[in-house]
Ligand binder design. Structure first.
Ligand code: AMP
Ligand code: MG
Length: 340
């Protein structure tokens, strides 16, 4: 029997619904909120999602041409509270009215699962770089503790461990804030990337890696200050070189520590050609393979939520409505990976 799952994503500016079965992706529909000025306003983004969610879901189901839905998966977090609540409300209502299981999916875990699926890889180190998130993740089996006197919890697979993460803002957020200061509209990442191509000089900026974690807010402020003395192109270039080197360093150390052979890139900032080039070089040096999913599966998409929901449901996971509260700071290492 093939299960068909509808997945709904709406943690930030992208509202998206995907329909998948074990066989593949049946359909996806999307509506993106674009702020007129400034960055993403959580209440306005949630209002956008509320306005479009019925039509996005209808479009996905109609294009999939399926007569039956066996489960409703939704992004339970991390994300902006108002956006998460809008999506969760729709997901609960649908699960109740269709009388099918509800599945709460961690957004970061979903990026990893769709990457494994689409790139045909088993066990990567993932660099996840988006607006709000910057993390280096990899799977770890849970070890049973032989010396603890406490009863061992029932063994249920492992978890995706966070090997390094941002101590303040996400890399995308840092790029967007700098770009707004420089007069670019949202999203700023692509504009910084094209501006950087005209650079002639690297300007030293704060390189902040602490242990396995990185921090971007000081770097972003220093880049803003540098605009008073240097050309926009040079600052864009130097900001990218510095921030991306920090990300690649931590990813490389996670690869060395875990001895995994694959590196997966995910998140909106993963569209950046220079970041890809730097990761490719690092992987070539280490003898690891570098993987980038198709563009539509790199950013936030409903398909990744549907697919992870499918894996979870097949391993017996579902969420009672009364436990389906959204978790704006949901960490991937809180999730028992019961499907591996
Ligand atoms: P997400 O949160 O995954 O939807 O990703 C959105 C973020 O990706 C925003 O901060 C964008 O500025 C950033 N972004 C998109 N394209 C690029 C690019 N080519 N280079 C750098 N950042 C980018
Ligand atoms: Mg994301």
């Amino acid at each position: 029997m093939h299960r068909t799952i509808l997945g709904i994503e709406g943690t930030a500016w992208n509202l998206s619904a995907g329909v998948v079965t074990e066989e593949g992706v049946l359909a996806e529909a999307t509506a993106t909120y674009r702020p007129k000025t400034g960055g993403i306003h959580p209440r306005e983004a949630a209002q956008h999602h509320a306005t479009h969610i019925a039509s996005v879901i209808r479009k996905a189901i109609e294009s999939a041409g399926c007569t039956q839905i066996d489960g409703i998966a939704f992004s339970q977090g991390p994300g902006m509270g108002p956006c998460l609540r809008t999506v969760a409300t729709a997901a609960r209502a649908l699960a109740l009215s269709l009388d099918v299981p509800l599945i709460g999916v961690n957004h970061c875990v979903a990026h990893l699962e769709i990457g494994r699926w689409q790139c045909g890889i088993d066990d990567p180190v993932m660099l996840y770089v988006s607006g709000a998130n910057s993390q280096v993740l990899a799977y770890r089996q849970r070890r049973r503790c032989s010396i603890s006197k406490r009863p061992t919890p029932q063994y249920r697979g492992g978890r995706y461990r966070i090997f390094g993460e941002t101590l303040d803002i996400g890399i995308g957020n840092a790029l967007d804030k700098f770009a707004r200061h420089a007069g670019f509209s949202h999203p700023g990442g692509p504009k910084i990337e094209s501006e950087a191509l005209a650079a002639t000089e690297y300007i030293p900026l704060p390189y902040v890696v602490k242990g396995m974690d990185f921090s971007f807010s000081g770097l972003m402020t220093a880049a803003k200050d540098a605009l008073t003395k240097h050309s926009l192109a040079d600052v864009c270039f130097s900001l990218q070189e510095t921030a991306f080197a920090m990300l690649v360093e931590v990813t490389e150390r996670a690869v060395a520590h875990t001895e995994k052979n694959d590196v997966l890139l995910a998140g909106g900032v993963g569209a950046n050609t220079r970041l890809r080039e730097m990761l490719e070089l690092m992987c070539a040096d280490r003898g690891a393979a570098f993987h980038v999913p198709e563009k539509r599966f790199m950013g936030d998409n409903g398909t990744m939520i549907a697919y992870t929901g499918l894996l979870m449901l097949a391993s017996g996971e579902s969420l009672p409505i009364e436990d389906s509260v959204v978790i704006p700071d949901f960490r991937p290492d809180q999730v028992d990976v019961t499907w591996r």
